[in-house]
Design a protein around this ligand. Structure first.
Ligand SMILES: C[S@@+](CC[C@H](N)C(=O)[O-])C[C@H]1O[C@@H](n2cnc3c(N)ncnc32)[C@H](O)[C@@H]1O
Length: 351
């Protein structure tokens, strides 16, 4: 059989492109860790010597790093001697407060040992929980999700829910299931201090970070327990599941518990990854390869971490699946909000 040279070249470039991404990711990690992007932000075109003077770091190392960044098209360079971090690049790599900031995602490198657990999971079928995915995985999740959460949750998402903002102003009971490190609770508690807040998560490390975060705060309590264990109090005004139902082995059980915990006139806010049951529609997502890879390594792995896990994974909770599952759990009202979040959809679910 003849070899198609063009196809061979295409697969070779695609494969090495991912290896290049791994190497450049390590360079971005170093740039974030050493404060290099921040030092370059607003500095205009600089040489390695200028950057060395500004940071106190070694000039030869900086020159090679700067060249890696220009080669990766993250900076512009004149002849590989002067380098400029443009303002738009700074919004992605240097400016921590901006919704487009992505530098935090590179702060936590995945422990290569996690691959051992994943390789075993392919044999046993049993995935790794978030705690099994390597130290720092909870910080990595927060770094991934924080910029959009900060930009949208309080100013855009809550106001889109019928009557919820008024209820929060008056003082309400809010429960965040799958709360992770507690960022959403922190944002909500700052905006609506008269509410009481509870968070639930099964990750010991995430819960420990969340508990430290709310140390000495009276109106926020964090439980080390799953969504399926939320008690049936029938008094929760606002229930939230943010980017976590698809990670749960048994989201159906969590939904049943949420139905029994929510008050009759309560609201359940669901944030889930934008996805479609149609492969061709998902292909329009330029980050689809990253999302399926993250599913194997993280979301589906967590969702397969018990013998009876449904294994939905990153793209598994599309609107049709969610509507059908919440209906089965006893909810009767379901609406969707698309709120300028490139990755997620928001749903308003009521008893
Ligand atoms: C992608 S993180 C999202 C965390 C947080 N909601 C946020 O937006 O930053 C998914 C979280 O779901 C949690 N999780 C997985 N299974 C769970 C379960 N059965 N009950 C509650 N939380 C669960 C994981 O431990 C992890 O913290």
């Amino acid at each position: 059989m003849g070899v198609d040279g063009d196809l061979l070249k295409q697969y070779t470039m695609a494969t090495w492109g991912y290896k290049q991404g791994e190497s450049v990711s390590l360079m971005i990690h170093l740039g974030v860790r050493l404060g290099l992007y921040e030092a370059l932000d607003g500095a205009g075109p600089v040489t390695a010597g200028d950057l060395a003077a500004a940071t106190g770091l070694h000039e030869r190392w900086l020159r090679e790093w700067l060249r890696s960044q220009a080669a990766a098209e993250l900076m512009v360079s004149d002849e590989g001697e002067t380098f400029e971090l443009q303002a738009e690049a700074a919004m992605v790599l240097a400016r921590k407060g901006t919704p487009t900031y992505a530098g935090g995602v590179f702060s936590h490198l995945r422990n290569p040992k996690v691959a051992d657990g994943l390789a075993e999971a392919f044999q046993t079928g049993l995935g790794l929980t978030y705690d099994g995915q390597g130290e720092g995985s909870e910080q990595h999740v927060e770094a991934m999700l924080a910029p959009m959460a900060r930009a949208l949750l309080v100013p855009r998402v809550i106001p889109a829910l019928d009557g919820v903002a008024d209820r929060l102003v008056a003082g309400a009971k809010v429960v965040d299931v799958g709360c992770g490190t507690g960022l959403a609770l922190e944002l909500m508690a700052a905006a609506w201090p008269d509410c009481t807040f509870e968070g639930y998560d099964v990750s010991e490390r995430a819960v420990s970070v969340a508990r430290d975060r709310f140390d000495g705060v009276d109106n926020v309590t964090i439980h080390l327990a799953g969504g399926e264990d939320v008690p049936p109090t029938a008094d929760v005004d606002l229930m939230m599941t943010l980017d976590c139902l698809h990670d749960m082995p048994r989201p159906d059980l969590a939904m049943g518990a949420i139905r029994a915990a929510i008050s009759d006139d309560g609201t359940w806010l669901v944030k889930e990854i934008k996805s479609s049951p149609e492969w061709s529609k998902n292909l329009r997502n330029p980050m689809l390869a990253m999302m399926y890879s993250t599913s194997v390594a993280s979301c589906m792995s967590s969702a397969m971490s018990s013998e009876d896990g449904l294994g939905l994974g990153t793209l598994g909770m599309n609107p049709a699946v969610l509507e059908s599952m919440v209906t089965d759990a006893g909810f009767t009202r379901f609406s969707m909000h698309d709120l300028d979040d490139p990755t997620n959809l928001y749903y308003e679910v009521r008893p």
